[in-house]
Design a protein around this ligand. Structure first.
Ligand SMILES: [Zn+2]
Length: 159
């Protein structure tokens, strides 16, 4: 069953699609967390995009506290659920207790990517999007490739 078999891709069952979506989200989220993690002499360090809190990712608990946060929720805005501008790392407190800490998230994101890119993201988030299995496979493949880059491979060794 090769990646290129369009006929097979089209008849994926809902459950398979659900699993594929989950797999895609998992790898994109992982990519985001690793991308923004910082290599230090004490190990890999997390930094919350919203509150700026920093901690070393040396225990299971420390890693569990490190989330990939969506500015626009993935369940409501499917079109940007894998969009890199919609994804930044956050601590558990900002992401869960403060529901994303969105006012600060928005402010910091605009500072980082600029108003034009932010407005583009706002426009994109309102587009209707239904992913095909092939598209999801492609996103997974692209992120697997990204994670193989030397910078990521080094961080993953410390993670
Ligand atoms: Zn935080």
């Amino acid at each position: 069953m090769g990646r290129g078999n369009k006929k097979l891709m089209k008849i994926k069952l809902p459950m398979e699609m659900k699993n594929l979506l989950k797999k895609t989200q998992n790898i994109v989220n992982k990519y985001t967390r690793i991308k923004y993690a910082i290599i230090t002499s004490d190990g890999l360090m997390a930094r919350c995009f919203c509150c700026g809190k920093m901690w070393i990712l040396d225990t299971h608990k420390a890693k569990k506290n490190y989330h990939c946060s969506h500015l626009f929720r993935e369940d409501l805005f499917a079109s940007v659920r894998f969009h890199h501008n919609n994804l930044r790392p956050a601590c558990n407190y900002c992401n869960i207790n403060l529901h994303g800490n969105l006012a600060i998230y928005t402010e910091k994101l605009i500072d980082e990517i600029g108003l034009e890119e932010y407005e583009r993201l706002c426009f994109l988030k309102n587009q209707t999007k239904k992913y095909s299995a092939m598209e999801l496979e492609q996103i997974i493949f692209e992120h697997e490739e990204l994670l193989l880059q030397p910078e990521f491979a080094r961080k993953l060794q410390l993670y």
